[in-house]
Ligand binder design. Structure first.
Ligand code: SAH
Ligand code: SF4
Ligand code: F3S
Length: 482
């Protein structure tokens, strides 16, 4: 899943609750989110739960009765960012807003549990990703003078019937979560510990949420899960119990390819994206479904992590270099114009210069459209931390990462240049950051395209003739609105 590690402060938009459901009160909450799209999506669930309790959202931390930070543990730096934010909250609490409560949500809350309260005196509430329904009780506990913690992970919780309050969005693209947790146990990864067992959400509630988004004017959904290809609905419960069912019950189940088709059929004007695919689980049926529906975007984020099979084995990724390249071949064959992106980690335990070169050569073979690249950060209690040596020096990790980034920039430029002179269907998302006279949107392959504003507006689908590019964006002019 795309991991942005950036801050968004939320203002209330796109309220979806019935007014009658909202208790009369003027308490205010402020939410900041870090980490992956799933965290941003979860913050919308938190906002929904508390809106029903009479809270409204505020973009001003100084006015808030409760301040939440939704946290990420994926790398040490992500945790450090949150610690720094807590220092800022502390200063605001002392000088401007002594009444405010501070709640820590998300993956750091789950990882550190009540240790958080010892380490950060400012924090009043610690809540893990499966316990957000308990937030109103926890806030009451704090009002009664106690600190409050709930970090119980669930085998069932999917927040299926909660209508998220769409926060800080553009009113055009939305996230819809389809699975929670992860059963994969990649040796470097903290997510299985912070998010618990993998479970899938009822397809009916997913389709209903997408239908509502269409009614509310949304034009694109991104289906979210740590490993969307392992989506499996058979009436609820953990994925691992599927094998215990009778053949007849198993036959009635719905897999990811079937779910994708159901969502694509909600409306032809609704674009469908998804993240993240796992190379070991991505089957051809998903590729054929993407190829069949015009409104399922031709874009796959397929994290590889390393191009060397020995390192992949140590990472416990469940595939080899050859298997991965075979999946790329299948994508190219079934969806010829598919955008492909990756995640790569440099300097994992025992990685040699030769292993690193295998990563670079795999990149050469694929020529990704874009990628998210990181240097290895050891995480407490993971298999890698317990069993392997974090023996690649910081300098080497950094240098290898830079080589990976440089090569990716080169490839992105090559890929973008191939698009110059072609017409792309673009969903307009907003005004370009660089100039008010320009709009931006993305093509099916997820590449950003910038073009003159003229009379077009966010939410329109337009055809853009691409005339120029950088390694990050395509530039062009609208030829037609559709
Ligand atoms: N579920 C997704 C990934 C979620 S985490 C998947 O399996 O692809 C997003 C990315 O963060 C990962 O793909 C990986 O590249 C990176 N990452 C995870 N743990 C890391 C660690 N300990 N150090 C550095 N990067 C890490
Ligand atoms: Fe982490 Fe692997 Fe699960 Fe992704 S698939 S969340 S990298 S354990
Ligand atoms: Fe996401 Fe970070 Fe948790 S990437 S699942 S918020 S550890």
């Amino acid at each position: 899943m795309k991991d942005t590690e950036k801050l968004i402060d939320f203002t209330r938009q796109g309220e979806t609750l019935e007014l009658s459901q909202i208790k009369d009160s003027n308490k205010k909450m402020y939410i900041e989110s870090y980490g992956c799209q799933m965290n941003f999506s979860d913050s919308e669930i938190v906002a929904s739960i508390l809106t029903k309790e009479g809270f409204s959202t505020t973009p001003n931390i100084e006015d808030a009765d409760v301040v939440f930070v939704n946290t990420c543990s994926i790398r040490e730096k992500a945790e450090q960012t949150v610690r720094n934010r807590l220092k800022v909250y502390n200063a605001i609490k002392k000088k401007q807003n002594p009444k405010m409560l501070v709640g820590v949500l998300g993956c750091m809350a789950e990882r550190l549990k009540d240790k958080f309260l010892e380490e950060e005196k400012l924090v009043d509430i610690v809540v893990g990703p499966d316990a957000y329904r308990d937030l109103p009780n926890l806030i009451d506990e704090v009002h009664d003078g106690r600190k409050a913690v709930n970090v119980i992970l669930s085998k069932e919780e999917t927040y299926a019937e909660i209508s998220p309050v769409r926060l800080g969005g553009n009113g055009i693209t939305a996230f819809v979560s389809i699975t929670r947790g992860c059963d994969n146990m990649c040796s470097f990864c903290v997510v299985p510990f912070t998010r618990g067992r993998e479970r899938s959400r009822d397809p009916k509630s997913i389709v209903d949420e997408c239908k509502q988004l269409v009614v509310d004017g949304y034009k694109e959904v991104t289906l979210l899960g740590q490993n969307v290809d392992s989506y499996l609905w058979y009436g609820g419960g953990p994925k691992k119990d599927f094998g215990k069912l009778s053949q007849e019950e198993q036959d009635k189940s719905i897999n990811f390819a079937e779910l994708l088709a159901m969502v694509a059929e909600v409306s032809t004007s609704l674009r469908v994206r998804f993240s993240t695919s796992h190379p070991k689980d991505m089957q051809d049926d998903v590729l054929y479904t993407i190829a069949k529906y015009e409104n399922i975007c031709n874009y796959i984020h397929l994290p590889v992590q390393s191009g060397n099979s020995r390192i992949l084995k140590l990472m416990n990724r469940g595939y080899t270099r050859e298997w991965y390249l075979n999946r790329i071949e299948a994508i190219r064959k079934i969806i010829p114009d598919c955008g492909i992106s990756m995640d790569i980690i440099s300097g994992f335990c025992t990685e040699t210069e030769e292993d690193h070169k295998d990563t670079l050569s795999l990149m050469e073979a694929v020529k990704y459209d874009f990628g998210y690249m990181f240097s290895y950060s050891e995480r407490p209690n993971t298999q890698a931390q317990r069993k392997l040596n974090d023996d690649v020096s910081k300098e080497t990790k950094k240098r290898r990462l830079q080589e990976i980034i440089d090569l990716q920039m080169k490839h992105a430029f090559i890929r973008n240049k191939e698009q110059v002179g072609k017409i792309h269907k673009v969903l307009i998302e907003g005004v370009s950051k660089k100039s008010k006279e320009e709009l931006f949107g993305r093509n099916s392959q997820n590449t950003v395209i910038v073009f003159p504003r003229e009379h077009y507006k966010p939410g329109d689908y337009v055809l853009v003739n691409v005339e120029d590019c950088t390694s990050a964006t395509l530039k062009g002019k609208v030829t037609k609105i559709i």
